[in-house]
Write a protein that binds this ligand. Structure first.
Ligand SMILES: Nc1ncnc2c1ncn2[C@@H]1O[C@H](COP(=O)(O)OP(=O)(O)OP(=O)(O)O)[C@@H](O)[C@H]1O
Length: 580
């Protein structure tokens, strides 16, 4: 179909602007018809040498009035076109944004970031022409030939019928290419998003690529993709150009036919001079609106292909609205929990864990045993598990995401530090935090002195905190988390890859925090979990052992083995360490 009903109904307020645009163009057409007939009559009078001053003045007045009306209509049409496209952009971007919010923090499970960016930026931009130009032109190009036919049928029925019969050839040619164009454009968009995806990925991993000198390889790969994109773009352009050439032939051929007929009728004495002049001047107007529709059509098709992608995004399945709130007691209970990312590879098997209020619990185990998976399940970031995860007596799947985020703060290895100032980053934790509490949080993480010397809360922070050290970044992230002031904190390898001083600072804060909050610490470094009230030792998705450090270290189990290996490694070279 040449009209996408769902798209129009998605932005209902655009309808009135489209109607306004069509009305303005139609009034302008009527003005044009009046101008042509007035000029025709003047020329006829001149030909007959019968022009009177009064006729000249009246004609000049009508001419000026029509020109003024046409000028106003042109302005009104372009304004309505602007308003239609503005409402489209606003509505669609809002819809996409709200959809992402409803999809929640795990939206990347369902849609790639590059795809979302392209749909909401480029895709929506493409629809500007669809609503601003194509749709009004679609209706106007039907109204215009009918109007002209009615007017010219009074002059010469024959010529009017010939012109009207040629008009449908243009939409026929458009429909003929439509199927082919749709397939081609779907391919074009597919190629475009693929290229966008790899571009984003390579840009994000550029440092790593440079380190391994693999940038040249990726460069070649991207070149190949760009070349494929160039080829498909050229195909699209060739298709559009060919289709426009066909439409031009029909439009100007049809107009020429109309002109020939009118001249023949004039010669035969069936049409007067003014009538003949009007047909010659208006013949092209039969076709030009459809011809313009044809060229907008190709841009609009691009927009429609983009809209398919936008709707695919908007149609992504959502979890139903969750209303339940976490109970007063923030105890977390996990019973018989099993989970897998892929069908035949269990990551967690029959896990039982309990995290009492204001306790310090640690989860340890070798890399890949499923520790972080537990954290993301408790945060409600993943669904589709077996067993139960209850917070305050409520199953996590029933609790709203906002409520979970308000009650649990996750601090992971690569906490994101935003470009801006220290203040901006801290306010993310608590938007209404005052300066005093910000400094208190910075002091707790031992960052206050440094921030003071570097310009205070207004200190500029680069993207991803690149002007801070890894330890400083993590301490700032911790200060932000402390401001968030939630009853539960999960630290997932929050002290990995940072200096010993920062690690010690963070551990000190964490231990103090556990007196008033529920703290879960996921760590591969056992020296950090010595103080925990309870330690869960995991192995291959199961709980291998449970207990306090002293008990576990005394046993001849997995924990004791890990402890021994780590103490040997960290005390290597005779350094006094925490394991001594
Ligand atoms: N998004 C994912 N899709 C598929 N498999 C995943 C995904 N994330 C993790 N896994 C798999 O699940 C298993 C457990 O991963 P998880 O990150 O929970 O381990 P971990 O104990 O936290 O490891 P580490 O200490 O190295 O962080 C791993 O085998 C991993 O390959």
């Amino acid at each position: 179909m040449m009209i996408n009903k769902r798209l129009i109904n998605t932005v209902p307020e655009s309808k009135k602007h489209i109607a306004g645009n069509v009305a303005a163009q139609w009034i302008s057409l009527v003005g044009n018809i009046i101008i042509i007939f007035t000029i025709g009559r003047i020329l006829e009078a001149l030909r007959m040498n019968s022009l009177t001053i009064q006729q000249g003045v009246t004609t000049a007045c009508i001419f000026a009035a029509c020109v003024a009306v046409r000028f106003c209509c042109a302005r009104a049409a372009s304004r309505e076109s602007y308003l239609a496209s503005k409402s489209v952009k606003k509505t669609l971007r809002e819809l996409i944004y709200r959809k992402l919010l409803r999809l929640g923090s795990s939206y990347t499970e369902k849609a790639a970031t590059a795809e979302v960016v392209q749909a909401s930026v480029e895709g929506v931009e493409q629809l500007e022409t669809y609503f601003g130009s194509y749709l009004p032109q679609f209706f106007y190009s039907m109204l215009s030939p009918v109007t002209l036919f009615i007017v010219l049928s009074f002059v010469s029925m024959k010529a009017a019928v010939v012109l009207l019969l040629c008009v449908p050839l243009i939409p026929v040619s458009i429909i003929a290419v439509q199927k082919f164009a749709k397939k081609l454009l779907a391919k074009y968009w597919g190629q475009y998003t693929k290229m966008g995806d790899s571009f984003l990925e390579n840009l994000q991993g550029l440092t790593t690529l440079k380190v391994y000198q693999a940038d040249e390889y990726k460069h070649q790969e991207m070149n190949k993709e760009a070349e494929q994109f160039r080829k498909i773009t050229m195909k699209v352009l060739t298709m559009q150009l060919n289709s426009i050439t066909v439409m031009d032939l029909i439009a100007y051929g049809g107009a020429a036919l109309g002109v020939i007929f009118s001249v023949l009728e004039f010669k035969a004495g069936n049409v007067g001079f003014t009538g003949c002049f009007a047909i010659i001047m208006l013949a092209a107007d039969f076709f030009l609106p459809l011809r313009a529709l044809g060229s907008f059509f190709h841009v609009a098709m691009n927009g429609m292909a983009a809209s398919d992608r936008i709707f695919a995004l908007l149609d992504l399945p959502e979890d139903e609205e969750k209303e339940a709130h976490i109970g007063k007691e923030k105890v977390i209970d996990i019973e018989g929990l099993s989970f897998s990312y892929e069908a035949d590879r269990a990551v967690l098997r029959n896990i039982h864990m309990s995290f009492p209020e204001n306790s310090f619990t640690a989860i340890v185990g070798e890399s890949g045993c499923g520790k972080s998976t537990i954290a993301s399940l408790v945060m409600g970031m993943r669904s589709g598990y077996e067993g139960s995860i209850r917070i305050g007596g409520r199953e996590i799947t029933e609790i709203s995401e906002a409520d979970i985020m308000q009650n649990i703060t996750l601090i992971s290895m690569g906490s994101y530090i935003f470009k801006g100032t220290v203040r901006d980053n801290l306010l993310i934790g608590r938007p209404d935090a005052d300066e005093k509490s910000m400094w208190r949080a910075l002091k707790k993480v031992n960052l206050a002195d440094f921030i003071k010397s570097a310009g205070g809360l207004e200190m500029g922070i680069s993207e991803r905190g690149s002007n801070l050290s890894g330890g400083q970044c993590q301490r700032l992230a911790l200060a932000r988390a402390l401001l968030h002031d939630s009853p539960v904190y999960i630290f997932d390898e929050a002290t990995s890859n940072i200096d010993v001083e920062s690690e010690n600072d963070i551990m000190e804060v964490l231990i103090k925090l556990a007196r008033t909050k529920t703290v879960i610490l996921i760590s591969h470094r056992l020296a950090n979990v010595v103080m925990a009230d309870k330690i869960y030792v995991m192995s291959e998705g199961r709980i291998a052992e449970t207990g306090r450090h002293e008990t576990l270290a005394a046993k001849d189990g997995l924990y004791a083995r890990l402890w021994k290996t780590q103490s040997e490694l960290e005390n290597y070279g005779g350094k006094e360490g925490q394991y001594a």
